[in-house]
Design a protein around this ligand. Sequence first.
Ligand code: XMP
Length: 335
Amino acid sequence: SWTSGNVADQLVEQVREQIGSDRVICGLSGGVDSSVAAALVQRAVGDQLTCVFVDHGLLREGEAEQVETDFVAATGVDLVVVDARQRFLDALAGVTDPEAKRKVIGREFIRVFEQAARDVVRAHQGGAGDTDAPEGEHPVRWLVQGTLYPDVVESGGGTGAANIKSHHNVGGLPEDLQFSLVEPLRTLFKDEVRQVGLELGVPEGIVWRQPFPGPGLGIRIIGEVTADRLAILRRADAIAREELTAAGLDREIWQCPVVLLADVRSVGVQGDGRTYGHPVVLRPVSSEDAMTADWTRLPYDVLARISSRVTNEVEEINRVTLDVTSKPPGTIEWE
Ligand code: XMP
């Protein structure tokens, strides 16, 4: 019978057989799937695993620390952190078109990850004439992917590295940097992944994290992405999340993007003074699979607390608005 305990044990055993004494690399995003996959592989082969976390500076408040501190403490993974925050800001300067933003972020991400992967491979290159490599090193042959069962089905099933989705996931890596895939979650559904994650001691903040887009806050700033704007949005988002959590609504809502209308300003009044600040949009949605969604009827008192706190605590924001559009016709994210 299915228990998260014996499923975790079985998966750990399978990974151990698959990888043997080779080395393995894993990109961590802060999301549930890559975190649980990494925790499983760490349990199976310990320090043969090196994780790479690219900090692109587009995560929400506390999320980089959740990976760098909490996840590492809980699982003991060997983690390489690449601070690419300035690089992403430079690449995003002047970019306002949503698709262009996504392309820039995706391109920079693969470049930074590729460099980090090369560094890891080089550090563990065994063989004659390599004086840097520790004695008896094994090559880095494997790349961990957090592919789930629904992804496998979507891409036509099959086993091994040949299926479309997996191929697509590593498609950005160059010819000379190819790995075989380890996909320890490919028989599991999302809720099973969460149970296995809890079993392995992955922090609850990661296990229960709501969906968050890869391009992060970059596509929640309408207009150019700048360091100042990211800081403003991060504070507003943190307040909204704090109040939704305090109200016990985390499991009820699918996710609640907070969107900064950075190029829009409106007049307001605060104390004795006129303000000329920016609006944020709250986008609480209920959904089963993100293909369709409805706007969540949040209690008025929760909305009131978020509105009051955001406008009081984030100086640059003088209006909080609510998005009451379903999907379709709206998408969940604004970009
Ligand atoms: P939309 O905005 O298309 O979003 O209704 C549907 C779901 O997908 C998430 N999303 C993304 N996730 N990379 C991701 O990993 C992305 O580029 C991306 N864009 C949107 C979104 O948060 C929602 O849950």
